[in-house]
Design a protein around this ligand. Structure first.
Ligand SMILES: [Zn+2]
Length: 302
């Protein structure tokens, strides 16, 4: 979050709060997305397995040799009890509310592969170093150390853990999906774009890679810009330095508030002529707002 003083031509006429065109990749340079994978780069088989992982494509626990969860599964029951206890206003109270919630959770989770791994899935995660909580111990002195004797978790252990609320992240998803595809002799990557997600020609790609942003023209004028977005002007163009300082001490606003700078702050900011952030931590640990930091840099007291 910062603001910059830019020197632009006095007749520079770019709309306020509109990102300068030169900072934006022109639409015609965008590489055409691959229609086969909608720009994602995945093969249809990978996409299907990813959807099964998250319950967005048909999945049954039996498909992985896993037992369907029920309202009595301990992990389901515990999760339902927690949910109900945290929001009785929503769930209601008592055994009926818990069973109803356990029903909802178990039927949702039974549609998701991520709660029904088989041993091959677990082995792939272990091989990728993903189930450290099961295979390693951790201490402040020694960090992660492999368990001795080595421990390879069972699918049942991992599936019980995945109901705990922490569960698998998207890296685990990609490891398991990749391993399954490999066992089937299939690829993760879209055959149409080879995983790139785009189908530009070599020439289009070269143009895209060669593109660089163009700064606004320079001149004798003074203008305040923000660089929270790619960069846009947020003040009129002033003919001289003094006029910009005057504006900063009267009309300057940031966000919804009008927050004019003091004369000292405005002079320091314009004097530095470059970006200030929304805050600065001084070497002695004091924190200053952006404007106060500028004054501090100039040796004044914020
Ligand atoms: Zn593709």
């Amino acid at each position: 979050m910062s603001r910059d003083i830019r020197r632009v031509p006095v007749d520079f006429d770019w709309p306020l709060n509109k990102v300068w065109d030169g900072f934006l990749l022109p639409d015609e340079l965008r590489l055409p997305p691959c229609p086969a994978c909608e720009g994602m780069g995945w093969s249809p088989e990978a996409k299907l397995l990813q959807n099964r992982w998250y319950g967005k494509a048909p999945f049954r626990p039996e498909d992985r040799g896993s037992e369907p969860l029920t309202v009595e599964t301990p992990g389901v029951r515990a999760f339902a009890e927690r949910n109900v206890a945290h929001a009785t206003w929503f769930y209601g109270e008592g055994e009926a509310a818990i069973v109803r919630e356990a029903h909802r959770l178990s039927s949702m989770w039974n549609q998701q592969w991520c709660h029904h791994l088989n041993q091959a899935d677990v082995d792939a995660l272990v091989a990728a170093g993903r189930l450290m909580d099961f295979t390693h111990t951790w201490s402040r002195e020694d960090g992660w150390q492999p368990k001795d004797p080595p421990h390879v978790p069972t699918a049942a252990e991992v599936n019980a853990w995945s109901l705990s609320g922490l569960g698998h992240d998207s890296i685990n998803q990609s490891v398991v999906v990749h391993a399954e595809l490999e066992r089937q002799g299939l690829s993760d990557l879209c055959p149409n774009c080879n995983g790139a997600g785009e189908v530009g020609t070599d020439e289009q790609r070269a143009t895209y890679e060669a593109w660089e942003p163009t700064a606004p023209p320079t001149g004798e004028g003074w203008q305040l810009w923000e660089s929270v977005s790619e960069g846009s002007p947020i003040s009129p163009v002033f003919g001289d330095r003094e006029a910009l300082i005057g504006w900063l001490t009267t009309d300057y606003s940031w966000g919804a508030q009008r927050t004019p700078l003091t004369r000292e702050q405005a002079e320091a900011f314009v004097g530095l002529g470059h970006s200030i952030g929304s805050g600065v931590i001084a070497s002695d640990g004091r924190h200053f707002s952006g404007e106060a930091a500028v004054a501090e840099l100039r040796g004044g007291t914020p």
